[in-house]
Design a protein around this ligand. Structure first.
Ligand code: ADP
Ligand code: MG
Ligand code: ZN
Length: 323
């Protein structure tokens, strides 16, 4: 999806919410007017306020009239609420209940995009990115510890702890609080599998997650940066703002000044905003330091580090057995 489509789709979602909130209020009003006849006159008074204010505006004694209207309106409103509670309804039953009280589901507040609209845009942009990289979600329940059972005791135990930690992480994930994770280990040990299992739970819980191999993602950013793709800015802002970013196969990307500076920007701004990132790599800590230098390395190692052990599970599966 291109930037404009994402924006339009997000606005359409907010519009639909506003529409639904108003329909619901109409339905409630009909219901109350049918059930509680005393409410009808009060409702009529409240509805005629606009008309009366409009009439008063042209008159000499408008100040006095407006004050009177205001007083009557407040009184009618108070009585209507009292009648509602007396009949067992919440006092705000006839108010319009918008999903977003900041912008009343208009999507804009003080001339700017409201948070709720921005959230929809980020969610849609994240979906679009995830779809492009064909996120095939691996789950926790298809992750078996069997594959690590022939390892030395301490390594098998480490894998068990990693699985438990990832499950807890996904269940308890809290934006602004959860750590970043750095998954280290040779290919085929389950790093991607567990990252996607976490992603799957978080998406289910309503968080925005972007998963991509770091190479593919940087390529997208580069196209946008140099203006060859039309979805300008969307990838970068989604990458910076999503609740969880998963950068897979860290260290396999094409190495240029641009990619290094983008990686630094991404890690640094997400860290400053206390947003969590999961990084998977086949490199060792020493290799990471040598490859990326102190500036990036020092940010990587603030993450919780998970060392994966074992023999390539892809091969084990192909050979048809768990040992
Ligand atoms: N513990 C596991 N149980 C079941 N399947 C696994 C396990 N670990 C890895 N796999 C599978 O093996 C393949 C390689 O794992 P992957 O997570 O891609 O490894 P890595 O990212 O560490 O290179 C994938 O198909 C994955 O689903
Ligand atoms: Mg992987
Ligand atoms: Zn809003």
């Amino acid at each position: 999806m291109q930037k404009e489509q994402i924006y339009n789709a997000a606005v359409a979602r907010i519009d639909a919410r506003r529409h639904a909130a108003r329909l619901e209020q109409e339905r409630r009003t009909d219901e109350i007017m049918r059930r509680i006849p005393e409410a009808v006159e009060l409702d009529r008074q409240l509805r005629s306020v606009c008309m009366r204010v409009f009439e008063a505006a042209g008159k000499e004694d408008r100040e006095k009239r407006l004050a009177a209207i205001q007083k009557q309106t407040a009184e009618a409103d108070r009585m209507l609420r009292a009648i509602l509670t007396a009949n067992g309804y919440p006092e705000d039953y006839l108010d319009i209940h918008y999903s977003c009280p900041i912008c009343n589901d208009s999507g804009f507040h003080e001339g700017r995009r409201c948070e709720c609209l921005q959230r929809e845009i980020s969610a849609l942009a994240a979906d679009a990115i995830n779809q492009e990289s064909q996120l095939a979600l691996s789950q926790f329940d298809t992750f078996s510890l069997q594959y690590y059972s022939d390892l030395p005791q301490n390594e098998a135990a480490a894998m068990q702890r990693i699985l438990q930690h990832c499950k807890n992480y996904a269940e308890l994930f809290t934006p602004g609080e959860s750590d970043s994770l750095l998954m280290l280990g040779k290919p085929g040990l389950g790093k991607t599998h567990l990252s996607l299992a976490i992603a799957s739970v978080l998406i289910e819980r309503g968080f925005t997650v972007i998963y991509d191999s770091v190479g593919a993602l940087l390529h997208k950013l580069e196209l946008e940066h140099f203006g060859r793709s039309k979805s300008e800015e969307d990838t970068l802002s989604s990458v910076l703002e999503c609740d969880l970013l998963i950068l897979d196969d860290f260290g396999t990307e094409f190495d240029t000044a641009f990619t290094q500076s983008q990686i630094y920007t991404i890690l640094n701004s997400r860290m400053n905003a206390r947003r969590a990132t999961i990084i998977n790599t086949n490199l060792t800590l020493e290799e990471l330091r040598a490859h990326y230098g102190e500036r990036i390395f020092s940010r990587l190692v603030t993450s919780k580090i998970m060392q994966f052990y074992g023999k390539d599970i892809r091969l084990k599966k192909r050979q048809g057995g768990s040992t």
